[in-house]
Design a binder for this molecule. Structure first.
Ligand SMILES: Cc1ncc(C[n+]2csc(CCOP(=O)(O)OP(=O)(O)O)c2C)c(N)n1
Ligand SMILES: CC(=O)[C@@H](O)[C@H](O)COP(=O)(O)O
Ligand SMILES: [Mg+2]
Length: 637
């Protein structure tokens, strides 16, 4: 029987409903619970993949949270949400970890459909304090001042500008029921950069775990001053109360601070010092990122269970380092994801030419505008989904001034296990409205290397290159190039029925579709535009020679290359039947990339089926299915 409740233990034996189950536990039971959770995390996450280091670091912190606060009556917010596994275990979802981040299984981030205990589903960092400000104001407005609002924010997330916009408001807000739990492990992936990172390190006393903080009076938190009356922390300087630093692995000490914060007369920052990967040697000793986000691992070693195939990121990383050696004006920027975007080699070779700005994409892009204004060619490397953070800077600071900045968008398209806020499916639509900008979508490693060089060679305005989170396949050579378009396939001795316009990695599925259609006597031409924004006008002429033109891309259909293609064909008065294949204007749940591409029709068979369906519709509208073509062999694209 789970201690303290009448509920029978779940298969995994963890408390079901959060706080009430936990408050009945005594110290030694809490220690045992923390140890069992830690073993459970290692065992399950090594089996499924997921965020191991961050969650090992918040075991005691989350237990203390659920003992002091009464979720979901009190609102617990997790910034970025990758560190909410313990919260899920303590709110009755331990059994779901068998299918963590799998199709139909437990989400890797908080999920409102999973539980009333979950609020922020967005895995983009630095948002929790803004939610907290809004929720606290709403509760005050509705007379629910009895309900506490608690935001757990990592030191990395605190390097995001949005967090400081929120703090600026929270510091003078009319409410008092807000507690900010700063989970300070000194790292994002890498050690947290910048003045804030150093400030927090000083507050931590540079030791990993601060001494137990003295228990000041609950009503008036101890203000720490180093000089006469000068506030010791940036938070106090802004008017927030500050408590800590406290050992984030000491449940008792944490509870003292959290209770005091909950009783305080103003919003309070509780500075918790934790260790990312705590309690699991391979994570604690992982220099790279404390096993921040992992695939399937051997739990006995913490090493990947199988060697990873070369990825698009690795191809980019090698090429940008080679370009860096040839072009001294090329500099690179990352938003706290140096290795993750493939800049580690470049950084090793040119440490003075790479800038990690923290989780601060807006600053990265605007700073890149500055770097370009200063005569350099900055390469901003971000995951596609995070580019959304900096669209205003891209549009109004880079493109408006026609600055030579290159954006490298990794994880473009369906990413998979990280779910809706991580698929890189909106970049093409966002970029499609940016004047002067050119977007490339390479189909393979050779094209990535070539298009990256072309992009960096362009200095009359911004360029971007997008590629997916996947192993990089073999090179697909073109039959010929026509006005910048790569012709990848054309049917011999068959009429020009279908033109498939493949954006980037969709070249493979389009070639598969061509083979299927050809086997049924349908003539197919497959082209890869390479540069998908702006639309190459030759595509419209090629469409005019076919009965059907189908664009295929791994991004949302709305605002896609395909929708621009339709526009260009319409403007040119072309009457060829057109189809735009891509992702729906929707949020797509987590699953594997392969599963989700199948589900959304981005495979050879599904493309072929769609083409056949559209062709038969052409027949219904009176155009002969196989009438003699106007074009002779010689005119074929
Ligand atoms: C806007 C944005 N940029 C980048 C990321 C990628 N990312 C996920 S977690 C993480 C580091 C978070 O560090 P911290 O907030 O300190 O949490 P910790 O992992 O240390 O617990 C980053 C950069 C993100 N989620 N959101
Ligand atoms: C939480 C977060 O934004 C990242 O850690 C995310 O999980 C990206 O993971 P990959 O680097 O595996 O795509
Ligand atoms: Mg951190």
């Amino acid at each position: 029987m789970t201690p303290g409740t009448g509920a029978p233990p779940s298969r995994t034996g963890f408390p079901f409903g959060g706080g009430s189950d936990l408050r009945a536990l005594h110290t030694e039971e809490l220690t045992d619970l923390a140890a069992r959770i830690r073993s459970f995390l290692v065992e399950r996450v090594c089996r499924t993949g997921g965020h191991l280091g961050p969650n090992l670091g918040v075991v005691e912190l989350t237990i203390a949270l659920h003992r002091v606060f009464d979720s979901p009556r009190d609102v617990l917010l997790f910034d970025t949400g990758h560190q909410a596994y313990v919260h899920k275990i303590l709110t009755g979802r331990a059994d779901g970890f068998d299918a963590l981040r799998q199709r139909g299984g437990l989400a890797g981030y908080p999920s409102r459909v999973e539980s009333d205990h979950d609020v922020i589903e967005n895995s983009h960092a630095s948002t929790a304090l803004s939610y907290a400000d809004g929720i606290a104001k709403a509760l005050r407005h509705r007379g629910r001042r009895d309900r506490a609002v608690v935001a757990v924010v990592g030191d990395g997330a605190l390097t995001g500008g949005l967090a400081w916009e929120a703090l600026n408001n929270i510091a003078t807000a009319p409410y008092r029921n807000l507690t900010i739990v700063l989970n300070d492990n000194g790292r994002s992936y890498d050690p947290t950069v910048g003045g804030l990172g150093e400030h927090l390190a000083r507050l931590r006393g540079d030791g990993r775990v601060a001494p137990k903080a003295p228990a000041p009076s609950p009503a008036r938190p101890a203000l720490r001053a180093t000089a006469a009356h000068a506030p010791a922390t940036v938070f106090e300087a802004m008017g927030l109360a500050y408590r800590g630093p406290v050992d984030g692995h000491d449940i008792g000490a944490m509870e003292v601070e959290l209770r005091a914060a909950a009783a305080a007369e103003r919003p309070t920052v509780v500075h918790c010092v934790t260790v990312k990967g705590r309690g699991y040697g391979p994570a604690e000793s992982d220099e790279a990122d404390c096993l921040h986000g992992v695939g399937v691992l051997d739990p006995s070693t913490g090493r990947p269970a199988k060697a990873a195939a070369p990825t698009w990121t690795s191809v980019f990383g090698t090429e940008i380092a080679a370009i860096g050696a040839e072009r001294p004006e090329v500099v690179c920027l990352t938003a706290a994801m140096l290795r993750q975007v493939g800049l580690d080699t470049f950084a090793r070779r040119f440490p003075e030419r790479v800038f990690d700005v923290g989780i601060a994409e807006q600053h990265a892009v605007c700073s890149a505008a500055g770097l370009a204004t200063g005569g350099l060619h900055p390469v901003v490397c971000v995951y596609s989904t995070f580019l959304g953070r900096a669209v205003d800077q891209l549009l109004m600071d880079v493109a408006l001034h026609s600055l030579p900045v290159t954006f490298v968008l990794d994880r473009a398209g369906i990413t998979g296990p990280d779910g809706p806020s991580h698929h890189g499916m909106w970049d093409t639509a966002l970029l499609s409205v940016v004047p002067n900008l050119r977007l490339a979508a390479p189909r393979d490693a050779a094209r990535l290397r070539g298009l990256l060089r072309e992009a960096i060679a362009m200095d009359e305005g911004p360029t971007a290159v997008r590629f997916p989170k996947s192993a990089v396949g073999s090179d697909i050579d073109a039959l010929t190039r026509m006005d910048g378009l790569d012709v990848l396939h054309r049917s011999r001795r068959l009429r020009l029925d279908v033109l498939l316009v493949a954006a980037g990695v969709m070249a493979g599925p389009c070639l598969d579709a061509a083979r299927e259609l050809e086997a049924q006597g349908i003539g197919v031409t497959v082209v890869d535009p390479r540069w998908i924004i702006p639309i190459n006008p030759t595509l419209a002429h090629m469409a005019a020679r076919h009965r059907l033109a189908v664009s295929v891309e791994d991004c949302t259909r709305t605002g896609s290359m395909g929708s621009m293609f339709v526009q260009v064909c319409a403007d040119a008065g072309i009457t060829t039947r057109l189809r735009v294949l891509g992702l729906p204007r929707d949020f797509i749940e987590h699953g594997s990339r392969a599963e989700l591409l199948i589900e959304h029709g981005l495979t050879g068979t599904r493309i072929a089926n769609e083409a056949r369906r559209a062709l038969s519709a052409t027949v219904e509208h009176g155009r002969p299915p196989g009438g003699q073509d106007k074009e002779s062999e010689g005119d074929r694209p």
